[in-house]
Design a protein around this ligand. Sequence first.
Ligand code: ARG
Ligand code: ZN
Length: 874
Amino acid sequence: QIVNLADYRPTDFVLERVDLTFELDPTNTKVDARLIFHRREGVDLKAPLVLDGDELKLSGLLFDQREVPASQYDATPELLTIRDLPAEAPFEITVTTYINPEANTQLMGLYRTNGIYCTQCEAEGFRRITYFPDRPDVLAPYTITIIGDKAANPVMLSNGNFLGGAGYDEGRAFAAWFDPHPKPSYLFALVAGDLGVIEDKFVTMSEREVTLKIYVEHGKEDRASYAMDALKRSMKWDEERFGREYDLDIFQIVAVSDFNMGAMENKGLNVFNDKYVLADPATATDQDYANIEAIIAHEYFHNWTGNRITCRDWFQLCLKEGLTVYRDHEFSADMRSRPVKRIAEVRHLKSEQFPEDAGPLAHPVRPTVYREINNFYTTTVYEKGSEVTRMIATLLGADGFKAGMDLYFERHDGDAATVENFVKCFEDANGRDLSQFSRWYHQAGTPLVSVSTAYEADKFTLTLEQTVPATPGQTTKEPMHIPLSFALILDNGSIAEPASVSGGEVTGDVLHLTERSQTFVFTGISSRPVLSLNRSFSAPINLSFDQTTEDLVHIARHDSDLFSRWQALTDLALPNLIKATSDARDGKPVTCDQAFIAALLEATADTKLEPAFRAQALALPSESDIARELGCNNNPDAIHDGRQAVLALIAEAGRDTFLSLTEEMRIEGAFTPDAASAGKRALRNSALGYLALAENTPARAAEAFAKADNMTDLAQALTLLAHRFPDSTEAKDALDTFAKRFADNPLVIDKWFLIQATIPGEDALARVKALMENERFNASNPNRVRSLVGAFAFSNATGFNRADGEGYGFLATQILAIDPKNPQLAARILTSMRSWRSLESARADHARDALMEIERAPQLSTDVRDIVERMLKA
Ligand code: ARG
Ligand code: ZN
């Protein structure tokens, strides 16, 4: 069934308190839920109490401790309806259900992972535990009692503060928890089992001592120390930057090995995919460390943006997610290099969100309709949502943004709020009207801004035109308020200070495009300047701007905004990659503009630039970036071959530079995961990649593999061997060595799966099929499935999109196999086909056939049905 924002209304009954008792059993857990309600003022006396369920069976129902007669209620697996309830007085409903955690393969609700009891309730998992008003605007304090086998469950955790616990009769134990902060059910969590723990403490800004615990499987305790360090830094940063203090006596994190997403911000008890907790130099890459830092921060920051202030309904998801992603981005920028972090964010946004916004799954940051809310945990809600928050900060400036945030925390603490509430705080705190700006929440599609410029006798004229493309359900669009950071760079590299500006609002270095078409005139410009536009990616848009090679080189050399220097190098690369694609398709030799190669190598060798930045420049636009730039009729083989040929030309021209970098970027001494060291490793590994192209032998990569003393270098060397020289004995030996060395570490084996699943070319499918039979593969673990099937579909353009369509057929088979067990996982992996319409026609036909095969299946989850139908419809 379809849910519409316009249909929102509050519940008829107000929930006052929740008291849960769990009697744990792997296959038959008893849940008693005592719920105190009262009828909301003004609600019809005939209105029944309606509680949500999902695959539940009612085993007991009491009203004020007396059994409710069968005539007074109806129970189905999805709904419990109770009639004839009091007019005003509070009453108590006790619901008893029995659930089977062991059989819960969806990983929603209460389930088991490696012998541990664990929950995931966002968005609608709590209704798989007990009948409940399972929606985010129903807030209450919770008391939780957990009873379980003492030997099997030395650890029994839930939200809030620990009340007490003890041995119980006959080998049983209990633990009780109380969470005083009213919360919606999606933030409930329970974890029980035999786990190891590391412990620390944090003293808050008002000098309260908070106990910090991270639970992991026994033997993995040492690998949780980086996560603990990241947690303490997050707590400190949120106090300093946003004035937010933690609000319970204890904060706990549990790492589990079966988890549908990255992590979950349950109040006081975050549950994590262990991939985002466990790290040590021998098993985690620099990227793993950066992800752990960012996700630990993200979930912690939710304590205020998500938990203390939650969402009124699921349409408001970006209220907590977009804002919290913005907060974790700012945190990482402060912990690491701000421009390099910004480059990584924009790369991610463009490669994941832009295609979503340009395809059949496009939707607004704040949608107005959904069939399955799980399918709206998207890069549009998260990443574009973060960009919209960033634009508010750009529009209002640091102080104005801070004032708005302070008002938001003050005004809405304890509320289930809306996007409108949020925006109003910035309006009220700054005396501004943000109604046009708010279109960013409501209009889907990436705006396109076309730029033309003229210079004449000290006057610089800039004409901007914006269009927002049509998206499913939205054919016409209104003009957006687009904040564009800019600089007019003069010949000597300095930035011009215009005497006057007309044609629109300009604040500091930001010009405000608010009309469909607008002309800005700058006077007092002594010589023709080079325009650097959308610096730091101040707005998430596409630019159509034909800048000359000379101008781009000038920006790449001189812009004081490092992001823009990277962007200029990217803009120099793209036309070359596009031309290489058509040359490769036509069987012509690929050539490349020497000015581009020279500019890239100049940046590569520039020791004033940080190594991580240089590595980002050398990474070049990805194959999917090129596909997006081309827009339609894409041939992934031609894109791949053309890009490889360009890389080879760069490798040849820069051979000496790359050779010296392998020495200059060598790190002596023990591994540290800090950003500066990570940047050196990134640049060195990038240089090794180019050298492998120039030398065309696996020797150097094999040597790097043999000598690596950390996982970053080891995995890079293995990738290089496997992707560039897949048939060499060096590659085969390295893959074997790697598998044997890390046989007991599934997270590292995931890297082994992923590296092989992403080897380009036609053979990939056979390789992936063979790996699915590998003893290390486990079709019911989401991390394994994502590393093999997910990596193949999302990150192996040539292998997945093979011309005969077999890749799509394989994916269809996999989706239909995963769906009955884990619909969320199946639906997520299926979104890898979101850009199928931009393929050349033969491939697109095959892709449509595969999608139709899925659509025709007799049994489909709502999750997969929703995705497949939207992909075929638009
Ligand atoms: N709130 C979690 C986070 O952002 C993610 C939950 C995802 N839930 C889902 N049903 N996909 O960290
Ligand atoms: Zn989140």
